[in-house]
Design a protein around this ligand. Sequence first.
Ligand code: DHB
Ligand code: FE
Length: 287
Amino acid sequence: MAELIGGCGTSHVPSIGIALDRGLQDTPDWKPFFDGYIPAKEWIAEQKPDIAVVIFNDHGNAFFLDRVPTLALGVAEDYQIIDEGWGKRDIPPFKGAADFSWHLADAMVEGHFDPLICREIELDHGIQVPMELFFGRPEAWPVKIVPIFVNTVQYPIPTPQRMWELGQLLRRAIESWPGDERIVVFGTGGLTHQLQGARAGFMNRDADKAWLAEIGPNPEKYRDWTREQFVETFGSEGAELIMWLVMRGAMDADVRTVMSHYYAPASMTGAGMVVLENEVHATEEAA
Ligand code: DHB
Ligand code: FE
């Protein structure tokens, strides 16, 4: 059985990657944001996961609006970095945990989730930025990845309840996998932002801080929300936060919030991070 070592939630704002490309981490605008991730990098370096399952959305890069799968799963051995229009970024391609991906594909179909299965696909900032925030800019990534794509771009997006159930299924797939890999799950996106329409620029710092405080101890509150509540509270793109519920649904009922960090604004968003461990895992590690 593989081991779930923890769950992380993080923003994936593209300008974070551009700030790294331009070496702006220590400028007054960015330093408080990047400094907040130093403990997260230390945590993941100590935990040494073998596989990162990353739940994220593509932003019209690999899938355009003419065909948007509600759920897609990468099963590739390798994933290239997509060019989002600024030119190809100088970060290494990702290695896929293809065997575990196929196991998860089978578990998803068995559990009636029926994802689009992607043997070849390029990955955008939705996954690049979380990896850079937690692993820095290595020559080669120290983990293999399993990308789970969720449509949070074109309505109708899936429900928060469905995301939670996908997380529960992911947990069962981890526990039924005969390998002994250490697995970390990333939920990405958010926090509040709206990039379009009458409320463009909308931010809700109080809601962001409540989310970071409650996603560990009180996730049922958000699991039971409607999609409309997500959009009203966090903005149309802030509704990406439903993807953190996959991560949270994969964890135990009782978790410890190891750390969290909030900084706003980053681009036009509230930027946040949380690291959760199952209580049992936290106790065993301490023993
Ligand atoms: C922006 C884009 C995103 O995908 C996101 O999640 C947050 C912000 C942006 O363009 O500012
Ligand atoms: Fe996004």
